[in-house]
Ligand binder design. Structure first.
Ligand SMILES: Cc1cc2nc3c(=O)[nH]c(=O)nc-3n(C[C@H](O)[C@H](O)[C@H](O)COP(=O)(O)OP(=O)(O)OC[C@H]3O[C@@H](n4cnc5c(N)ncnc54)[C@H](O)[C@@H]3O)c2cc1C
Length: 419
């Protein structure tokens, strides 16, 4: 990197917890961050699932360097053992951090990054590539413009690109046409979205904790409104293993939720449909009928698709990434997080080597770095940030970029649930 390029800012895409953590670490290392946030507030994705209680405690959810910065302004660390909701994480940590006088001047709200490239280099052109700064096309309140940067940290999350209900990874036949009766993610069933679910029959699809949260809230609503019918569809042959993480799961709140769902199943509050492979969704008499192979499920008024998320890779089409074809995470990170090998968040320590791409200075961090794998924890993301920012511009960064296309050996699957 030449001297002029090394004086440019480092661009951060997304002001979620990880993007803001990156800003703190960059400032600590003497860089100038420029953080682009598509939403009208930092933590815009957290606000979308703010009603959900997190299964990781405050001790895991705050970046140590950010806490030090905040404490200089009189901020008090929330009780380490408490479990915040998404909204509490936003109000008590993310918003104060984004408003901190050291961070706020570097934050550009309502500004969406459309694409990332290298100056005068499309993805095909090699000569002089690594010496060229990055270019980001952004659209903000004043229209579109290009911004140059010496490095790019993409921490834009995955919440806005949910997976489809369709079993083939593409929309089920009729899924788009039924969009008005489908909620993706975790709707606020007991709050803002309540009216949509009262007295309705509802199918929840998915075998993760988002589905558990939705089912738990629907049962509360059904206790107040007789006549609601609750269906739960999973791909597995049985829900026994779906609701049971290893007994040594250190995330007690996750375990508590699983125990609650087991109780509700034993009480017969939820009708379970296993081996669900949704091929089509049809509308009959105003209700939705799901077809899975030769089976059709009972008609429902609404569907909640708690089927996970995928990264939006379109903004990185003009830079050279090395992504695992299955998980869509960086090639060397993939074997550590592949859900085909790991049943819970058992992720070994990882850093620069696993997070690099052939494009030196480009990093995907935070939940987006996990691609389609569902096990990300903030605690891991903060370690990613520290490892990457420390190595920016170093020989180690260039060496890791060169090695980034070589697949790492798969890690032995373990049964412990650590972030
Ligand atoms: C229901 C639910 C419960 C969860 N519970 C936990 C938990 O208990 N513990 C835990 O550690 N994790 C949990 N997670 C995972 C959680 O999403 C992450 O830990 C955390 O939000 C990831 O932070 P992030 O900064 O990587 O991404 P995000 O928080 O998603 O932030 C990404 C930001 O980028 C912005 N953005 C997106 N695209 C662009 C663009 N093109 N240009 C500019 N800005 C853009 C978004 O608006 C957003 O503000 C949970 C997730 C969900 C959905």
């Amino acid at each position: 990197m030449n001297k002029t390029t090394s004086q440019l800012p480092v661009a951060v895409i997304g002001a979620g917890p990880i993007g803001l953590s990156a800003a703190v670490h960059l400032l600590d290392q003497g860089y100038t961050p420029i953080v682009f946030e598509a939403g009208d507030q930092a933590g815009a994705n957290l606000a979308r699932w703010g009603h959900v209680r997190m299964f990781s405690p405050w001790a895991y959810n705050v970046d140590a360097a950010a806490a030090t910065l905040l404490q200089q302004q009189g901020w008090n660390h929330p009780l380490a053992s408490d479990f915040p909701t998404g909204q509490e994480l936003l109000a008590q940590y993310v918003t104060p951090l984004a408003s901190h006088p050291a961070i706020a001047p570097h934050l550009q709200l309502n500004t969406q990054v459309q694409s990332v490239s290298r100056l005068n280099h499309d993805v095909l052109r090699t000569g002089g590539r690594n010496e060229s700064p990055f270019v980001l096309r952004v659209t903000g309140p004043d229209g579109e413009r290009d911004v140059v940067a010496q490095a790019v940290i993409d921490a834009s999350g995955t919440y806005q690109t949910p997976n489809w209900l369709g079993t083939h990874g593409i929309p089920a036949l009729g899924e788009n046409a039924a969009a008005d009766a489908i909620a993706y993610g975790v709707p606020n069933i007991l709050g803002a979205a309540r009216d949509q679910y009262v007295n309705q029959s509802v199918l929840v699809v998915g075998g993760g904790h988002s589905a558990f949260n939705a089912l738990q809230d629907l049962v509360v609503l059904a206790e107040q409104h007789e006549g609601m019918r609750l269906l739960w569809g999973v791909r597995n042959a049985s829900v026994t293993n779906v609701v049971r993480s290893p007994a040594n799961d250190e995330l007690q709140e996750r375990r508590r939720l699983e125990v609650r769902i087991q109780e509700l199943l034993e009480q017969g509050r939820i009708e379970v449909f296993t081996e669900l492979e949704i091929e089509a969704i049809e509308r009959h008499n105003g209700q939705l009928v799901v077809r899975s192979g030769s089976r059709t499920l009972p008609p429902v008024d609404r569907i909640i698709a708690a089927t996970g998320f995928r990264p939006n890779l379109s903004l990185l089409a003009e830079v050279r990434t090395s992504l695992d074809p299955a998980t869509q995470s960086p090639t060397r990170l993939a074997p550590l997080i592949d859900p085909n090998q790991h049943s819970c968040g058992s992720v070994p320590e990882h850093g620069l080597a696993e997070l690099s791409h052939p494009e030196p200075g480009l990093f995907i961090l935070g939940i987006k770095s996990y691609g389609r794998a569902p096990t990300f924890l903030l605690r891991t993301g903060y370690k990613q940030v520290a490892a990457v920012v420390t190595a920016l511009g170093s020989n180690a960064m260039y060496a890791a970029a060169q090695a980034s296309t070589t697949a790492a050996a798969p890690s032995p699957a373990t049964s412990s649930c650590q972030g």
